[in-house]
Every structure is written in structure tokens, then in C-alpha cells.
Design a protein around this ligand. Structure first.
Ligand code: FEO
Length: 170
């Protein structure tokens, strides 16, 4: 059995990952409304990834004999100022998720919970990639996205992203 503090944090993380999916789906909707279907695709795939993260946290709790509490998912909708705004928000959000996962890791260290630390190792690495991807989207937009032709090509590139399930299997 895991320490109750760890169980609470892991349950909260299930909610945060589902919220992330909701947030990215809202961003996908924003770009769909603008006719940028490549950006829509990129964020739809991102939402799928987030749901898979939620399912991994859920499975880990279950595998350790803990019941999973599903809380309400907050409304993610926001008025975005321009095409770059969701990209900045996405990076902020990933930094927030990284902090959240680091907090669970810290708690697991305090509790000498080596199993949870090992489980979280995959997410620590994943967060590095997620932040890098978010940063890359901002940078590409700044370099190419302000020009209509550049934006057209960038949108086409983002259209090619496909979902692949996480490499972590529980
Ligand atoms: Fe599940 Fe984007 O962190």
C-alpha cells in the first residue's frame, strides 16, 4: 500500500491529466474555428496523449490496491488573444504539470517510496519532452508563423503529427 499523501497526490494527478486533455482540446477547437487544421490536429493528438497519461496514473493506483477518485474537470475555455496565445499557454501549462509531478516525486522520496519514484521516472522524462515541444511550437511560430505563406507550411507540417501510445505499460 502507498502512503496516503502519495495516493492523494496521484488521484489529483489523474484529474490534472484529464484537465490537460480538456485544455488542449479547447485549443484544438480554437484553431479549427480559424481554419488551421494542422494546429487543430497537433492539439487533438496532444489531448489523446494527456488522456493516456491520466489512464497510467489511474492504473498505477489500481495496481497498488487503491481506489481511484474522479473529481470534476474544470472548464478550460478561454478567449485567446491571437494565434500565438494558446502556444504560450501550452508551455505555461506544461511547466505547471512538471512542478506537479516533481512534487509527487519529492513526497515519494520523503516516504522512501521507491516504487512510485520508479513509476514517475517515465513522467519526469516525458515532461522534458513536452516542454521542449511546446517551446518549439512557439519558436517556429515566431520565425515562420507571422508570414501567411510560412503559416500555411507550418500548419501543413503540424497536420502530419499522429498519436502513438505511451512507451510505459503497466
Ligand atoms: Fe501529461 Fe502534458 O503532461
Amino acid at each position: 500500500m502507498l502512503a496516503s499523501t502519495i495516493v492523494t497526490l496521484l488521484n489529483e494527478q489523474v484529474n490534472k491529466e484529464f484537465y490537460s486533455a480538456y485544455l488542449y482540446l479547447d485549443m484544438a477547437n480554437f484553431y479549427a474555428d480559424k481554419g488551421l487544421l494542422g494546429y487543430e490536429n497537433w492539439f487533438k493528438v496532444q489531448a489523446q496523449e494527456e488522456m493516456s497519461h491520466a489512464m497510467l496514473f489511474r492504473q498505477y493506483l489500481q495496481n497498488n490496491g487503491h481506489s481511484v477518485k474522479l473529481g470534476a474537470i474544470a472548464d478550460p475555455s478561454k478567449e485567446y488573444a491571437d494565434l500565438k496565445d494558446p502556444l504560450l499557454d501550452a508551455l505555461n501549462h506544461e511547466e505547471y504539470v512538471t512542478k506537479s509531478i516533481n512534487t509527487i516525486y519529492e513526497e515519494a522520496q520523503k516516504e522512501k517510496d521507491f516504487r512510485t519514484q520508479q513509476f514517475l521516472d517515465w513522467f519526469i522524462k516525458e515532461q522534458g519532452e513536452e516542454e521542449m515541444n511546446a517551446q518549439e511550437n512557439i519558436q517556429k511560430f515566431e520565425v515562420f508563423g507571422t508570414d501567411k505563406r510560412g503559416l500555411y507550411l507550418l500548419n501543413q507540417e503540424l497536420q502530419t503529427r499522429v498519436y502513438s501510445p505511451p512507451s510505459l505499460v503497466l
